[in-house]
Design a protein around this ligand. Structure first.
Ligand code: HAM
Length: 419
């Protein structure tokens, strides 16, 4: 059998890999400026963790978990799965470290691969990466607004045009009335609803709102915003006021319910039209009951996750296409020059330049072609004579001109050529 990659699993080479790194680096920079702390958690967890958080009725748990049968053999540890999202694991770690009781206000970011057994398509993979942020111990609307503003800084730094969609799902006080209204609406329209929605009606009527098949009908369904209690209404009004002042381009989408069960109050999604059908590049919201539901103290929480691959699809290729090209490729002529070429490469790299050292085992013409194909602007040719004289031949591969340059001046000449 030919050894190919699995469906929904991707290789990223060169510029494509660079685009992912660029998205991650940008998210890290923003997280750093917001004084967040990094957290690293395992990829494998107990399935029960996801059943009790993402939700037993969610697609993630029902259909998409990558169960790991070998792990189930580990006596007494329960069935296990690769993480489909980061939030439950971060909460488990927060509780396990005792922070929910000793120091509940925490601000974390994480970055890593997630696994969901989905039908692959553009922007929808079975292994993908998320950059997530979770804030614990803050019930105030300003913490939700800070997250949205953080995402706005991130997308601006990458030059992305996006739409922020926000909604409020209410809380334990007002959600039951909304749920009941949705149930009644679903029962009234039962005959018009698709088979999936018949299931949703029984298990989780909120999901009726984001059915793709019944999208037109769903627009006639009740909205959570009409059922908010006064505290939830006030919370949402403050979030809106703060993000408006911060100039975030948002719309209220009363149909936005999200596929995970743990949200209450503020939810949001950030979409980009540059990605295709899978347009949500960031999503998140508040989950005040979740820490307690997972066995911790009653600490509120709010967060989001950026889809790294989807965001990379949205950024314009000219922002990363040329970033990998070396400033110069060094060509050593003759065995005696190889050690000198390595020393020159070290000197130049130490001054921050990107240097490729070519194989000494091919002819000059072939090496110059190789340097050009690799995207280097200059080739630095060094043989025994150059070594003895303390110079290099510096060839401009675009202009096809060549000069003798003193070794000590090469770094400055290359840096100047970068512009
Ligand atoms: P989510 O909406 O399931 O939320 O995922 C967040 C983002 O991850 C999506 O908007 C999308 O960009 C990316 N994503 C999800 N599934 C895939 C996939 N199959 N292929 C490629 N990208 C994908 C969560 O995961 C929550 N844990 C977010 C959160 C954190 N809420 C509060 N804190």
């Amino acid at each position: 059998m030919k050894l190919t990659r699995l469906r929904g699993f991707q290789d990223y080479l060169g510029a494509d890999a660079r685009a992912l790194s660029m998205v991650e680096d940008c998210a890290r920079t923003v997280a750093y400026r917001h004084a967040l702390n990094e957290i690293r958690i395992p990829t494998l967890e107990r399935i029960e963790l996801y059943e009790r958080s993402s939700g037993e009725t969610s697609d993630i748990v029902q259909k998409q978990l990558y169960r790991v049968p070998r792990a189930a053999e580990a006596a007494g540890e329960g069935d296990q799965a690769l993480r489909p999202e980061g939030t439950p694991g971060v909460i488990r770690a927060y509780i396990e470290a005792g922070l929910d009781r000793s120091d509940p206000e925490q601000r974390f970011f994480y970055c890593g691969s997630m696994y969901r057994y989905e039908r692959p398509q553009k922007g929808r993979l079975r292994q993908f990466n998320q950059f997530g942020v979770e804030i614990f111990g803050r019930a105030d609307a300003a913490s939700d607004a800070e997250l949205i503003i953080m995402i706005d800084e991130f997308r601006r730094a990458l030059g992305l045009e996006v739409t922020f969609e926000v909604n409020s799902l209410g809380d334990a006080a007002c959600r039951p009335a909304f749920r009941a209204a949705l149930l009644e609406w679903g029962r009234t329209h039962y005959a018009e609803l698709c088979d999936d929605c018949h299931q949703r009606l029984e298990r989780n009527p909120l999901r009726l709102l984001d059915c793709k098949t019944d999208a037109v009908l769903a627009r006639t369904a009740p909205h959570s915003l009409d059922y908010l209690c006064d505290p939830c209404r006030g919370h949402f009004a403050t979030v809106e006021r703060l993000i408006k002042i911060a100039d975030v381009p948002y719309v209220v989408n009363p149909q936005l319910v999200r596929g995970l069960d743990y949200y209450n109050r503020t939810t949001f999604e950030v979409t980009s039209s540059a990605v295709g059908a899978q347009s949500a590049i960031v999503a998140g919201g508040r989950y005040d009951g979740l820490v307690e539901a997972l066995g911790g103290a009653a600490a509120p929480g709010t967060g989001f996750a950026i889809g790294i691959e989807r965001t990379a699809l949205a950024i314009s290729a000219d922002r990363y296409a040329t970033g990998g090209a070396p400033d110069a490729a060094i060509i050593a002529i003759g065995d005696a020059a190889v050690a000198g070429a390595i020393a020159l490469a070290r000197e130049l790299r130490a001054s921050g330049l990107r240097i490729e050292l070519l194989s000494p085992e091919r002819g000059l013409k072939a090496l110059l072609r190789r340097a050009d194909r690799g995207g280097a602007r200059h080739a630095l040719i060094i043989g025994e004579n150059e070594l003895a004289a303390g110079v290099v031949q510096m060839r401009d591969l675009r202009a096809s001109t060549q000069n003798t340059v003193a070794r000590g001046e090469v770094a400055a000449a290359l840096a100047a050529a970068r512009g």
